[in-house]
Structure formats: C-alpha cells, structure tokens
Design a protein around this ligand. Structure first.
Ligand code: SF4
Length: 240
C-alpha cells in the first residue's frame, strides 16, 4: 500500500492519470481460481479491484484497459466494465496478430464497442511496423465517422465491369490516403449501379467500355477516357 500511495502522490502532484491495464494473460491467481479462466467477469473484477486501491487514496483520475486476444471476450469485458463504472475505457484487442487478422480482430472488437458508444481511447496492436498500427487505428475511426478523411467507396467488380477497376481504385486510394479532406470518393465499375453511389459521393466515377462518367456533387457529369480516370478524379478532388 505504501508503494501504491507513493505512485498516487507522484501522479497527483504532476496531474497525471493512471491507466489500469488488465490482461487475460496476467490475471491475479486468486481471481483466476475463483472463475476458472479469464472470463469477462474475472477481468472486470480485477480492474475494479485495482481501481478500488487507488480510490482508497482519493484518486480517481483513472483510465481502464481490459485486454484480451479473444475478440468476444474483450467485447463482453468492456461492456461489463462500462456498466460497472464510469471511468474512461482504453480499448484494444491485445496480441491481435499479424497485419491482416490483427486488423480484422481490432476492427471488429474496437469498432463494435465504439459503435455502442463505449471507449474513449484505442490502441491497435499488430505484429508489424508501429506506423501500420496508427494507420489502422485512424481507418477504424474514419469508417465509423469518428474521424475525418477520405472515405473510398468502390464496387467489387462483376461481369459488367469493362475497365481496370481494381487497379484504378488502388491508385486512387494510394493517392488520397493521407489527405485530410472529409469527403467520400466513389470508384464504381458500371453505369447500371455506379451512378447512384457516384452521385451520393462528393466525387465519383462510373465505368463504361474503355471510358467512364465522372459525377460531381453539384449534379454535373462528363465523359472521360479510361486512361484519364485517375488524373481527372484527383484533379476534381483537389478542387473540392
Ligand atoms: S457497380 Fe456495376 S460493375 Fe460494380 S459490382 Fe455493381 S453491377 Fe458490377
């Protein structure tokens, strides 16, 4: 308790919050014995126990993180924690894995909770370069409307596609990935289903046969050649 008090005093003096981090891999032995495994209830009980320790010293500048590598368990634990306390919650799927599965797990776990209004800060954990964790976190926030930026809408292609839509969409995405403008850009494969999405977007194209129609938000449209799609689309985005 003396050591806890020393930490609390030091943090209070510097106006620093304390993050309580509970992880399913390092749960206290007694709690593990009580629940048999790191269940959501066990994780939350551990977090609340640590919070109570700090509260004994009248300290409540606390952030709680309850991480598990299991997405269902992580979601259930944070939901329970949100019911039991009003401390800010730091969300994350821990040891989520390599880029692809780590990103999917994080998007499902963190995204589900954020959509329910649970969570104040997030961390994406990938077995990869840290910059990819930041990019993934930004994209999760962007696709649920909690952060601005370019949202790309593009179709999966089908028998109607007559242009190199996959290559075009990838080039457009790469060119716009760091842009701060809060806009939607649609890259669609055909004139049957494409114009609807393209018109809804701030700027969009719908592919034809060796050509495309570019749609502006103001309702105007014009035909361009396939090889002009990327440059014309980017030029229009610049004008927005
Ligand atoms: S927008 Fe057109 S090309 Fe793209 S998937 Fe739909 S129907 Fe196919």
């Amino acid at each position: 308790m003396d050591r806890v008090k020393a930490v609390v005093d030091a943090c209070r003096a510097r106006n620093l919050p304390i993050r309580i981090g509970v992880n399913s891999g390092s749960l206290e032995k007694e709690i593990l014995a009580k629940y048999g495994s790191p269940t959501p209830e066990a994780l939350v009980e551990s977090a609340m126990g640590h919070a109570a320790l700090l509260e004994k010293f009248d300290f409540d500048d606390i952030v709680i993180s309850i991480k598990s590598s299991d997405v269902n368990r992580m979601i259930a634990a944070y939901r329970l924690a949100a019911e039991k306390c009003s401390y800010p919650l730091h969300l994350g799927v821990t040891e989520a894995g390599t880029e692809r599965m780590g990103l999917i797990k994080s998007a499902v776990g963190i995204g589900s909770l954020l959509c329910d209004g649970i969570g104040e800060t997030i961390r994406v954990s990938l077995t990869d370069e840290p910059v990819k964790e930041i990019a993934a976190a930004k994209d999760i926030l962007k696709c649920i409307g909690k952060r601005g930026g370019v949202r790309l809408v593009s179709c999966p292609t089908c028998g109607r596609t007559r242009i190199d839509l996959i290559g075009t969409a990838k080039k457009v995405e790469e060119a716009l990935k760091d842009m701060d403008k809060d806009i939607t850009v649609a890259v669609m494969g055909c004139i049957v289903n494409g114009p609807g999405e393209a018109r809804e977007a701030d700027i969009g194209i719908a592919g034809g046969d060796g050509c495309a129609v570019i749609f502006r938000k103001d309702g105007t449209q014009r035909k361009i050649k396939e090889e002009e799609i990327v440059s014309e689309l980017l030029a229009e985005v610049e004008r927005l």
